[in-house]
Every structure is written in structure tokens, then in C-alpha cells.
Write a new protein. Sequence first.
Length: 441
Amino acid sequence: MGPTSEVDTPSDALLDLLELLRRRLGMEMAWLGRLDQDLLVLQVVCGGLRRYGLQPGSSIRREDGLFGRVLAGELPELIPDTRADPRTAETLSVRELGVGAYAATPVRDADGVLFGLLGCVHGQARPALGPRELRLLRLLADFLTDYVSDLHRMWEVRSRLWRRIHDLIDSGGPEIFFQPIVDLSSTRTVAVEALSRLPGTQEEPGTLFKDAATVGLGPELETTAVHRALAALPRLPTDIRLAINASPSTVSSGLIDVLLETGCPERLAVEITEHEEIDANDSLLDAVTALRARGVLIVIDDIGTGYAGLDLLLHIRPEVIKLDGYIVRGMGTDPAHRAVAAGVTSIAKDLASRVVAEGIETSSDLAAARAAGINYGQGYLLGRPTALPRGSGKSPERRFGNDLGGPMRGAIATDAARKRRSGSEQSPFSGDAQPRKTPSR
């Protein structure tokens, strides 16, 4: 056996064809495999997978399997009894996988280029296999020509994407810029979010992370970006949290150890993103519980634009909810945007969570956010993403560029003084914030 690879979900029609082949030949398992150098990677599999320890994405090495000899013409496309045939009785496929009979034929794309093999196997001898079954096998292989042509093109695209992302990981990952998260009462920077950037390209970083997830490199790329962001933590003022982004699969796969290595996880926040389909499973909830126990704040990103975020919100009960910029940018003029923001704010209050309004770009955005009772903001008006300066003489506010100025600053300062007098000012970003319990499952 070779390594396991990521493969695309096959169409129902293809699965039906393989199931038809398997039943007509009376075999336990049918498969379509793609050649990848010295490996046969199983793209589609149906039938008794557990018996052979195979699954979609499993691979078999050319030198150890029957398929290489079939392709080379050393073995026929069909052998009804592999244990009785001296050409196959001692092969690894027969001894280790328990293949008692097989039928396999090459599959080519529309240009005549060899794609791989279509085949069936059975654990016992199948004496009834003969020319008729072989003709059916070849007929289906010819029928799959157009399908594998499309699959071949998809594989080439995915291979190029995999190499590009792997090269980026090897080079240290994307560059990291930092954007302030501002207390809208005091105008003080309470946290900075580490954002991945790809200078010199027009590509959105979010697209890159989604592409990485499709080729199985999502957690690896995200973890690389997290390491690069955490390297800046010693240079941040100690009263400012560093927020890093991670998808649910990254949160569940070793992120705790990475954050503990900093020695000060209580200065960190994890923003759970939606680069992938969200599944609030036990491993994610366990990871969130462990992070909270070490003082890490849990943040749910981009609330207000999709069902998945609301579903995760109910499972995680985060300390901080980030209202998506699409909602925030229309709040000043559109009652519907204000209604959504009010709904999220009400939910946050019931969950004892705080809200960060993302995408604040104008004074009207800021005024609408404050009128909605939102505590914190992030956006170009408050500070643009920037590389972390190396100087240490400036205040955190000016270091990250959030200077509101004008009448708005005066209004906020007055409101901040009122809250201080009433004792109502509280920040979930402070280092002594008390972590909550993750809801029971």
C-alpha cells in the first residue's frame, strides 16, 4: 500500500456504473484508479471496502501490485483464480490483500493518454469469469473516456495548486499584517487581528485558504500563518491581545500546543473562521474547552452572513462575536442591516458575549454601530492592516493608527467617562477575563 491522497467526491452516476459492473461480474469490490507516477490512486470505490482495507484515496504501489504487470502486458486483464495461477499466486496483492480473482483493464482519456485502470476483485476464485465479463469491463472503460478526461484536467489543476501552496508553506507562509480592534467607548486598542496578506498579487487571502483546504493543506497553511503571527507577540504591548484566525479543523488538530508554546496563551484570541464547512463535533468542542481553560478567548467570525456561523454560535457560545462587515457597512442607511445588527447584539447579550463590528469605514458606520450598542469596532476608519512597526515609543493607539478625531472622539470620550463613573465598563479582551464553560454535548 502507498500513501492516502485527497480525491473528489464521485458522481452518483459513476458509482451506479461501478456497482453495475461489480454485480454483473459477481465481485466483492469495483474501483476506478488513477495513475500517479508509481502509484495507482483509487478515485472511486464501491463494494466490500473493509475486507481489503481500502477507501477512496488509497493507493497501491506499481511494483507491489498486480496492476503494474497488467499494464505492462505481463498479466492478462482477467484471472478467475489468482491462487491457482503460477503467475499471480505469490504476489503481494494475493497474499496480503487476499485477492482471489480480478478483472482490470486500462482506461484512457479523449486524447488516448493512459489515465489508469478500471477493475474488480473478489476474495475467492470466480471460475465463471470469462470473455463475456471482460467485454463488459472494456465497454465500461470506453464509456468512461469523457469522465476521466474531465477528471484528468481537474487533477492537473489541483496538482498545480498543491505545489503552489506547498511552496508557500515551505517559504514561511503568507506575510502577516495587523489590524486594531478598538473599544468604541474609550478609543483604546484592545486587540489586534493577525491577517494574512499576499503582497504583489491581486488574490484574496481567503481564496488561498479555501484552495488549500480543497487539496488537504488547509490546517498546514493556517498553522504556518499562526506561527508567523505569534512571532510578533513579544513586540505587542502586554495589554493588547493578539487574535489569530483558524478554521475548525485547525483548531481541532494541534493548535493548543502551538499556542501554549508562546508561554502566554492568556494574551491570545482564536477567531474561528468559515474557510470550510463547519461541523461542531466533539473534537472541536473539546479543543475549545481546552483553549478556554488556558485563558484563550474564543471568537466567532463573520456572523450575520450565513447559517453555518449561527450554528457554530449555538454550539460554542463564544466570548466575542464579530458582526460581518457586509452588515455593518449598510447600517447607517438601511433599516434591514440595522435589524440584523440589533438581532445579533441581542443574541450576544443573552449569551454574555461582546460584539465587534467589522468593516467600519465611515463616521456613519461608526455612529450606527454605537447606536446599536456594539462595544468594539474594526475597520479602515479605526486602523488599516499594517506590518507591525519595530519602534516602541508610541502609544498602542497611534502605533496602529486608530485616531478618530473631531466631534466623534469627543462624544466617545464623554460616553467613556459616564461608563467609568457607573462602573459599567468591561472588556473581554483584558488579560484577567474569566473564561466560560463550553456547553455540554
